[in-house]
Ligand binder design. Structure first.
Ligand code: ATP
Ligand code: MG
Length: 377
C-alpha cells in the first residue's frame, strides 16, 4: 500500500510534534528528579554511597551517574512512544485505504478487488472483502443465468402452447362458422382439435413435472424399492404396445431382488420416459432391453434399443429441456422435449447420473444410482 503525499507529511508532522512534546516532558521529569535529590539530603547521601560502592578497576572508575541512567530510560520510552503513535496512525491510514476501496466497489465497480497486500490482521480484512465480492458476483451471475433460463422456458412454452392452440381454434372455428360439408367433416375437425388439446395437456403435465423436480430442494419420498419389481411392472405396462409394434421387450436385474433407496414414483417416471422414448424413436427397432446390475455401491440401469442411431451432434443436447433431435421434430410423435430433462433432474435428485451412447447397433441410456441415499438429504 502506498501512502499519499498528504498522509506522509501528516505522519512526519505527528512524529515531530510527539518528539517535541516528549523532549519537554523529559526536561520536566529531569528537573523534578534533580530537585528532589538536592532538597532531600537523605536521598543525596544514599546516591553517594551507592556511587562509592560501585567504583571499579585500578582507576576506581565511576560506572554510572544517575542522570545518564534516567536519560537512557527516558530515551528508550520516547522511542517506544514515537514508534507506537506512528504505527497507530499508519494503521489508521491503512483502514482508510481499505474503506476507500470498499466504497469504490460499493459504487458498482464489482470487477474491482482491493489490489494491495498488508501484513497481519489487515490482510485478513482485505482477503475477506475480496472473497465476499467474488461470491457476491458469482451469485449475481447465477441469478442472471436462472433469470435467463426462466425467460427461455416461458418463450418455449408459449410457442409450444400456441401452435396446437392455433389448430384447435382453427378447426373449432370451421365448425362454429358451419364451414363443413357433412358430419364426417365435423368428426374429422373435432378429432384434430381433440388430438391437439391432448398434446397441450401433455405439455402442461410435463412442464408441471419438470418445474416440480427442478426446484431446489424438491421433495423426494425416499424408501426401499425392489428394482426388479419396478422394472417388471414397467415392462408389463408396455407389453401390449410392444406386441402391436412387433418389438420384443425384456427386463433383467442382477442380483434379484435388488433393493435400492429411492422415490419409487419418480424413479418409475424416469424409466417410463426412457422406455417410451425407445418405442417412440427407436425407428426400425426389434427390441427394447432393460438391464440392471449392481456395481460397488451403485446400481446401473440400462435402457437399450436397436434401430436408427441418434446423430452424434444431438447426443450432447438430448438432456436439455425442449431439445428434440431433428428427425423427431418433423415427425408427428407429439413430444415436448421435456422427457429427458425430467429424467436428468430426477436422477440428480437421487445423486446419480445419466448418460447416452448411440451407434448403428444400439442406442442405450445408462442411469447410475447410489444404492443408499445420504440420510440428511
Ligand atoms: P416428451 O418426452 O417430453 O414427450 P420427447 O420425447 O421429444 O418429448 P425427450 O424425451 O426429452 O423429449 O427426448 C428428446 C429427444 O431425444 C427426442 O425428441 C428424440 O429425438 C431423442 N431420443 C430420445 N430417446 C431416443 C431413442 N431411444 N432413440 C432415438 N432418439 C431418441
Ligand atoms: Mg420423451
Amino acid at each position: 500500500m502506498k501512502l499519499t503525499g498528504r498522509e506522509k507529511s501528516s505522519l512526519i508532522l505527528e512524529g515531530v510534534i510527539t518528539v517535541i512534546l516528549l523532549i519537554l516532558l523529559d526536561v520536566a521529569i529531569l528537573g523534578i528528579i534533580q530537585d528532589i535529590i538536592q532538597t532531600n539530603p537523605g536521598v543525596n547521601s544514599g546516591i553517594f554511597m551507592i556511587k562509592q560502592s560501585l567504583k571499579i578497576g585500578p582507576m576506581q572508575a565511576q560506572i554510572w551517574s544517575y542522570q545518564r541512567i534516567v536519560i537512557f530510560f527516558l530515551v528508550l520510552i520516547n522511542v517506544w512512544v514515537v514508534w507506537w503513535r506512528l504505527r497507530r496512525r499508519y494503521h489508521l491510514y491503512q483502514m482508510n485505504h481499505i474503506i476507500g476501496e470498499l466504497h469504490y466497489i460499493a459504487q458498482g465497480h464489482l470487477d474491482h478487488r482491493i489490489p494491495f497486500r498488508l501484513k497481519g490482521s489487515e490482510q485478513h480484512v482485505i482477503s475477506s472483502v475480496n472473497a465476499l465480492v467474488d461470491s457476491a458476483v458469482r451469485s449475481m451471475n447465477d441469478e442472471r443465468k436462472i433469470e435467463k433460463s426462466k425467460d427461455e422456458l416461458i418463450t418455449n412454452v408459449s410457442h409450444d402452447l400456441r401452435t396446437p392452440l392455433t389448430s384447435i381454434i382453427g378447426y373449432l372455428g370451421l365448425i362454429e362458422d358451419k364451414q363443413y360439408r357433412n358430419e364426417e367433416d365435423i368428426l374429422k375437425y373435432t378429432h384434430i382439435a381433440y388430438r391437439k388439446a391432448k398434446q397441450m395437456k401433455n405439455l402442461v403435465e410435463d412442464l408441471f413435472e419438470y418445474t416440480k423436480v427442478q426446484q431446489h430442494g424438491a421433495p423426494v419420498n425416499i424408501m426401499r424399492v425392489d428394482l426388479n419389481q419396478l422394472l417388471e411392472q414397467l415392462t408389463a405396462s408396455f407389453a401390449l404396445e410392444a406386441e402391436k409394434r412387433g418389438i420384443e421387450i425384456s427386463s433383467k436385474v442382477i442380483p434379484n431382488p435388488l433393493m435400492i433407496e429411492a422415490d419409487p414414483e419418480k424413479l418409475g417416471r424416469v424409466f417410463n420416459n426412457l422406455v417410451a422414448n425407445a418405442f417412440k424413436y427407436g425407428n426400425g427397432a426389434s427390441y427394447v432391453r432393460i438391464t440392471a446390475h449392481q456395481e460397488g455401491t451403485n446400481v446401473i440401469v440400462t435402457v437399450a434399443n436397436d434401430g436408427i442411431p441418434i446423430p452424434k451432434k444431438s447426443l450432447n443436447h438430448l438432456f436439455e429441456r425442449f431439445y428434440r433431435a431433428e428427425a423427431s421434430r418433423s415427425r408427428a410423435t407429439g413430444g415436448t422435449g421435456l422427457g429427458l430433462a425430467i429424467v436428468k433432474s430426477i436422477v440428480n435428485l437421487h445423486h446419480g447420473k445419466v448418460s447416452v451412447t448411440s451407434d448403428e447397433h444400439e442406442t442405450a441410456f445408462q442411469v447410475t444410482l447410489p444404492l443408499k441415499q445420504a440420510s440428511d438429504k
